[in-house]
Design a protein around this ligand. Structure first.
Ligand code: GLY
Length: 568
């Protein structure tokens, strides 16, 4: 072969590789990084976070930048129109949390979604602007930055302004969402135009998708901080849009909104310490209750994915979810919640003692309160070179929330009011809960299942984990934590292996199809479990620390089409 031919072949090979890189998403099961890591549902946003770490930012700075970037690149759940929770552990092992859950507007009432006969108007708590809670994301990120950030605020918001203004390459994942939304019969005007280019066509994979209105809103936040969202032009336009379209949120609601720093829920499992989110999320309390119960079991005798394993996990979940329904709501409205009791080892023993390993218990709404005395959210995990760690989950409730928003602002409002108990006093076997702790009241935060969690070993972050998935979040996080701490699985394996979900009511055990053997299913049914297959559960984003190699290992769930870890 002549030299000329060789050069031509080499050029062709490089061109081929470049074409592959441009046209295909590349994902690695695990990413290693000694200096820092971000794992999120969108690899562009993960990279924004890591760039901030490289510029000398800490884990909180990277978190703020990643959260705003997800609001641009992962708009089904990344948001400025929703809310969430953040768990932070500093390099000295001290943990805290920031609660930026949405609040009910001042004009909200306990019966606002009922008809004159006291019945829930179907789906009214999830559809239309009355379903929108006062957003908390901007206030939460601002508070986290004010207290614990290092780099200037402007530098953390700027990458998202750029992503929205200059655009980014439309992914297949987003394109699929766009097609589905536009097939829906009642696509709101805002969502109808959301993914379209100036010619009115849905932006195709590989084309650049720009969001100029969102860029302007983000600029105001960049320049004015929290006030850029809760006051001034943005607040005026939110109030105007609500008024014109049947919403109840006003400028006063926005002005009054504050994020809150809260003490984390703390538990232990063997030599590990668990730090997770307290109410108004039920996630941390339920996680600690379930870990306490599992600590009473010798997992060497319960093989992963065996019938005994699924039965045990389902029974543990059933009990924790009954307690969740009975007791948990916004702490500012429920000062008497028995949180210490629910997270104690003594309480776990009581719950454990009546698990029958030969048959399923029965979930019954009539026994509610003491039965066992006897699409969409997103999570990301961050760690920096000093060992500061953040676990953040935030949401719009459904994928693309209320699907409504002002074209002048360019962002989507949540439909989080649907997380309140809609009918006072009505708990049904089909899963509707009516307990008082989570009834609607003005300025109350709705109960959540988000479970951003940090597990520490020797006072340092060892596992940073969380997931989207509504009530399934608590259980997919629980199983992943057990997989890592109890079954010694590597993070990627722990995320991918079979997950189940039981939430007390309805009395149904969900499992990931293809991942549970037919024999196990038959055996579980014979024990009295009511099984239902689902395609997948959870979309976990996790980081673990390998103390021998002194390296962080990040993994994103393969069910996330655009997700990915970025480390350095
Ligand atoms: N909207 C889902 C949750 O907060 O659990």
């Amino acid at each position: 072969m002549t030299n000329k031919k060789r050069i031509v072949q080499k050029i062709l090979r490089v061109l081929c590789l470049m074409t592959l890189l441009l046209n295909h998403s590349i994902s690695f099961a695990q990413v290693y990084g000694q200096n820092g890591m971000v794992v999120s549902s969108n690899v562009l946003a993960s990279q924004v976070g890591v760039d901030i770490l490289k510029k000398g930012g800490n884990a909180i700075d990277a978190t703020v930048a990643t959260a705003f970037a997800l609001a641009v690149t992962h708009p089904s759940a990344g948001n400025i129109g929703g809310g969430g929770f953040l768990v932070f552990m500093n390099a000295a092992g001290e943990a805290t949390t920031i609660d930026f859950r949405e609040k009910a507007p001042l004009a909200a009432t306990a019966d606002m979604f009922l008809d004159s006969a006291g019945k829930l108007i179907e789906d009214s708590n999830h559809r239309g602007l009355k379903a929108v809670g006062v957003p908390g994301t901007v206030a939460g990120l601002y508070l986290a930055h004010q207290k614990y950030g290092k780099l200037p605020w402007q530098a953390l918001v700027q990458p998202s302004v750029d992503l929205a203004k200059k655009g980014f390459v439309m992914s297949w994942g987003l394109y699929k969402d766009a097609l589905e939304i536009n097939e829906e019969e009642k696509t709101p005007d805002f969502m109808y135009s959301f993914f379209r280019n100036t010619k009115g066509e849905i932006t195709k994979p590989g084309e650049i998708w720009k969001q100029p209105s969102l860029a302007k809103t983000l600029k105001l936040i960049r320049d004015r901080g929290q006030d850029g969202f809760y006051k001034g032009k943005t607040a005026d336009e939110i109030e105007n849009y609500m008024k014109m379209n049947g919403g109840i949120m006003t400028k006063k609601d926005l002005e009054k909104y504050t994020a809150v720093e809260r003490k984390p829920v703390h538990g232990t499992y063997k030599e590990y310490e668990i730090f997770s989110m307290p109410p108004p999320s039920s996630g941390g309390v339920a996680l600690v209750e379930m870990m306490n119960i599992i600590e009473l079991v010798n997992l060497d005798s319960v093989k992963f994915n065996s019938t005994a394993y699924v039965h045990l996990m389902a029974e543990v979940m059933r009990r924790a979810f009954a307690d969740r329904a009975a007791y948990i709501g916004d702490p500012d409205f429920n000062p008497e919640m028995p949180l210490d009791e629910l997270t104690s080892k003594v309480f776990a023993k009581k719950r454990f003692d009546n698990i029958d390993m030969t048959k399923a218990s029965v979930s019954d709404a009539a026994l509610y309160g003491h039965p066992y005395d006897g699409n969409n959210t997103t999570h990301f995990s961050v760690v920096d070179k000093d060992g500061n760690a953040v676990s953040l989950t935030y949401t719009l409730e459904y994928a693309y929330g209320s699907q409504m928003g002002s074209n002048n602002l360019g962002f989507i409002f949540n439909n989080e009011m649907g997380d309140f108990n809609p009918v006072p006093g009505l708990t049904t076997n089909s899963g509707q809960i009516g307990s008082p702790a989570n009834l609607i009241a003005p300025e109350k935060r709705m109960l959540s299942s988000m479970t951003p969690t940090i597990v520490a070993k020797n006072g340092k972050p060892y596992l940073i984990i969380g997931s989207p998935g509504g009530r399934t979040i608590i259980n997919t996080v629980f199983q992943t934590v057990v997989n890592v701490l109890g079954y010694n699985m590597q993070i990627d394996k722990a995320i991918e292996v079979m997950k189940i979900h039981h939430q007390w009511l309805p009395d149904v055990l969900l499992y990931e199809r293809h991942l549970m053997s037919p024999d196990t299913r038959t055996a579980l049914e014979a024990m009295g479990h009511h099984l239902r297959e689902v395609n997948s559960l959870g979309q976990l984003m996790g980081i673990t620390y390998d103390a021998d190699l002194k390296v962080y290992i990040g993994a994103s769930d393969s069910s996330s089409p655009d997700g990915g870890a970025a480390g350095y």
